[in-house]
Design a protein around this ligand. Structure first.
Ligand SMILES: [Zn+2]
Length: 256
């Protein structure tokens, strides 16, 4: 029994009709995914990551930025979903209306099986074209770095949201509408200081939802949350799913 989960929270979740979950770096960290800053070591420590993750940086030196993302992909290629990821799949399957909004770009939620999901900041495993935004799943391998878009010949880039770029309007509207309409909003492993994700729990709260926070430390959300549970999401979430009496699947074999 890792943590005590308040009885009224269990009752609330058991009867919830509409639940929105926001996840951040803390959930990825439990799978061993290095944070943006932690990924910035060795050869790359001489560069400022804020100078690499921008459209201007890519326009200036596309090869450098492409290779930085290759490096970051290599750091996460062995990462596996953890018990928190799988517990969120259980919630998606058990609840009448569920939306997962993630700030993580590692694709681990998808790998675990989450499907009602918005990847607010994109996905590092996906590639798109810098010029026209074409979604690209294959390209001709040549010596050229980055490779070229098979549709328009523009340089290819990772399908992530860079500093100075907006989140897709459609994703943002879907997330905002869901936050405004939910009964329960759950913030997991995020300090939610990055706009616009930071607005989502506030919108939910203002529209009458109860807010749960699960994090290893107190954050700006803690003061407005109805429940703030300190600890690892990989321990708390599966426990919560079991306590509520929802079916739990595929979590026992998951990486811790
Ligand atoms: Zn293109």
């Amino acid at each position: 029994m890792p943590v005590d989960i308040p009885k009224d929270l269990i009752t609330e979740l058991a009867s919830a009709e509409r639940v929105v979950v926001l996840t951040g770096a803390g959930v990825s960290a439990e799978s061993g995914v290095p944070t943006f800053r932690e990924a910035h070591t060795g050869l790359w420590s001489q560069y400022d990551p804020r100078e690499l993750a921008t459209p201007q940086a890519f326009a200036r030196n596309p090869r450098l930025v492409w290779e930085w993302y290759e490096w970051r992909r290599s750091l996460i290629q062995n990462a596996k979903p953890n018990r928190a990821h799988y517990a969120l799949v259980d919630l998606e399957q058990a609840l009448p209306t569920f939306l997962l909004v993630t700030q993580n770009i590692d694709g681990l939620h998808w790998l675990a099986g989450s499907r009602d999901m918005i990847e607010l900041h994109g996905n590092i495993a996906r590639t798109k074209c810098f010029e026209e935004g074409h979604a690209v799943t294959w390209w001709a391998e040549t010596d050229e770095i980055p490779p070229r878009c098979p549709y328009c010949g523009g340089p290819l880039r990772p399908d992530v949201v860079w500093f100075g770029e907006g989140i897709s309007e459609q994703s943002l509207r879907t997330a905002t509408d869901a936050a405004a309409a939910c009964d329960l909003f759950v913030c997991i492993g995020t300090s939610a200081v990055v706009h616009p994700a930071s607005q989502l729990p506030l919108i939910a709260k203002r529209m009458g939802a109860r807010v749960i926070e699960i994090n290893t430390e107190q954050t700006a959300i803690s003061v407005m949350a109805d429940w703030s549970i300190l600890g690892k999401s990989g321990e708390i979430l599966p426990h919560l799913v079991r306590e509520v009496g929802f079916p739990t699947t595929a979590i026992d074999g998951a990486a811790q």
